[in-house]
Design a protein around this ligand. Structure first.
Ligand SMILES: NC(=O)c1ccc[n+]([C@@H]2O[C@H](COP(=O)([O-])OP(=O)(O)OC[C@H]3O[C@@H](n4cnc5c(N)ncnc54)[C@H](OP(=O)(O)O)[C@@H]3O)[C@@H](O)[C@H]2O)c1
Length: 290
C-alpha cells in the first residue's frame, strides 16, 4: 500500500512557489497578494483561515485578513468585495464559508471577480472548468488532482466513484475526473444520499473518492482490493486517550481500508494540505495572468 502523503506533496508545491516568488521579487516585482475575508467567529473557519495565511507567508505571498462581525450586512460585505475586485494590488480573494444566515453565499461568490476567484467557486470558473478551458480549479478537487498526478496514479480508463455531490467537492471532482485531461479520462459514477445501493457502487471503484462528511463511513467491506482511496472528510471524534480529548478522522476507516488499498490518503495529512497548496497555486496563477 502506498501512502498518498499530502503533507509532503504540498511541501514540494510550497517550495516551488517560494522559489517562483523569490525570482519575482528579485526582479523588482511585487509578490502575489491574497485577501481572506472572515465573518463571525466560527472556530473551524478561524483555523482554516489562519492556516491559509500562514502558508501564504511561508511562500512569500502578501496576505491580508479582513474580519467582520457575524451581523455584518450584505451591503457592507458586497461593497468591500467590489473594492477588492478593483484593487490592482489584490490578486486573489476568498470569503471563508460558511456564512451567517443573513448573507447569501451564492451572491457573495458571484460578486467576487472571476479573475480573482482563487477558491474556484464562481460559476464562470466552474463553467470554464467543465468546458476544459483555463480556469481556477476549486481548491480541494484541484489539490486532489495534484496529489494523484504527483504520485503517478493512473486515472485514464479507470472507474472512479465519487461519494458526495457538493458544489465545492463532489461535483467538481467528478467533472475533473471525467474530463479529457491527465489526470482525468476516468469513467465516473457520482453517489449521494439517495444512491440506492452504495456498497454495490463503491465495490466497483478503481479510484474511490469519499466526500460525504460522515466519520469512518467507508468500511473495508465497501472497498475493492487494490483500489486507490482518497479521503476528503475531516472530523473530530471524542478520544479520551488523546491529550486534547479528540482525534481527527476522515470519511474512511483508514486502519481497516489501508491494507486492502493500493494507495490511500491519510487524515490528517492527506487532502487537507493539498487544498491549501491548490489555493496558493491559483493565487500565483491569478497574479501571473495580470
Ligand atoms: N480536506 C479538505 O480540505 C476539505 C475541504 C472541504 C470539505 N472537507 C470535508 O469533506 C467532507 C465533505 O464536504 P462537503 O462540503 O462536500 O460536504 P456536504 O456539502 O455536506 O456534502 C456531502 C455529500 O455527501 C452526500 N452524502 C451524505 N450522506 C451520505 C450517505 N450516507 N451516502 C451517500 N452520500 C451521502 C450528500 O448527499 P446529498 O447531496 O444527497 O445530500 C452530499 O452530496 C466534510 O467532512 C468536510 O469537512 C474537507
Amino acid at each position: 500500500m502506498k501512502l498518498l502523503d499530502g503533507k509532503a506533496c504540498s511541501e514540494s508545491i510550497l517550495q516551488e512557489l517560494t522559489d517562483q516568488t523569490r525570482e519575482l521579487t528579485a526582479a523588482g516585482k511585487r509578490s502575489p497578494h491574497l485577501v481572506a475575508i472572515l465573518v463571525g467567529e466560527n472556530p473551524a473557519s478561524e483555523t482554516y483561515v489562519a492556516s491559509k495565511q500562514a502558508n501564504c507567508e511561508k511562500v512569500g505571498f502578501r496576505s491580508t485578513l479582513i474580519r467582520y462581525a457575524s451581523d455584518v450586512t450584505s451591503e457592507v460585505l458586497l461593497a468591500k468585495l467590489q473594492e477588492l475586485n478593483q484593487d490592482p494590488e489584490v490578486d486573489g480573494i476568498l470569503v471563508q464559508l460558511p456564512l451567517p444566515k443573513q448573507l447569501s453565499e451564492t451572491l457573495v461568490i458571484e460578486t467576487i471577480s472571476p479573475e480573482k476567484d482563487v477558491d474556484g467557486f464562481h460559476p464562470v470558473n466552474i463553467g470554464r472548468m467543465s468546458k476544459n478551458i483555463p480556469a481556477f480549479l476549486p481548491a480541494t478537487p484541484g489539490g486532489i488532482l495534484q496529489l494523484l498526478s504527483r504520485n503517478d496514479i493512473e486515472t485514464a480508463g479507470k472507474h472512479c466513484v465519487v461519494l458526495g455531490r457538493s458544489n465545492i467537492v463532489g461535483m467538481p471532482m467528478a467533472i475533473l475526473m471525467a474530463r479529457n485531461t491527465n489526470p482525468g479520462n476516468a469513467t465516473v459514477t457520482i453517489c449521494h444520499s439517495r444512491t440506492a445501493d452504495l456498497k454495490a457502487m463503491t465495490l466497483q471503484a478503481d479510484i474511490l473518492i469519499a466526500a460525504v462528511g460522515k466519520p469512518l463511513m467507508v468500511t473495508a467491506d465497501m472497498v475493492k482490493s487494490g483500489a486507490v482511496v482518497v479521503d476528503v472528510g475531516i472530523h473530530r471524534v471524542a478520544d479520551d486517550t488523546k491529550p486534547k480529548g479528540y482525534r481527527i478522522v476522515g470519511d474512511v476507516d483508514f486502519d481497516a481500508v489501508a491494507p486492502i488499498a493500493s494507495a490511500i490518503t491519510p487524515v490528517p495529512g492527506g487532502v487537507g494540505p493539498m487544498t491549501i497548496a491548490q489555493l496558493l497555486l491559483n493565487t500565483m496563477e491569478a497574479y501571473l495572468r495580470k
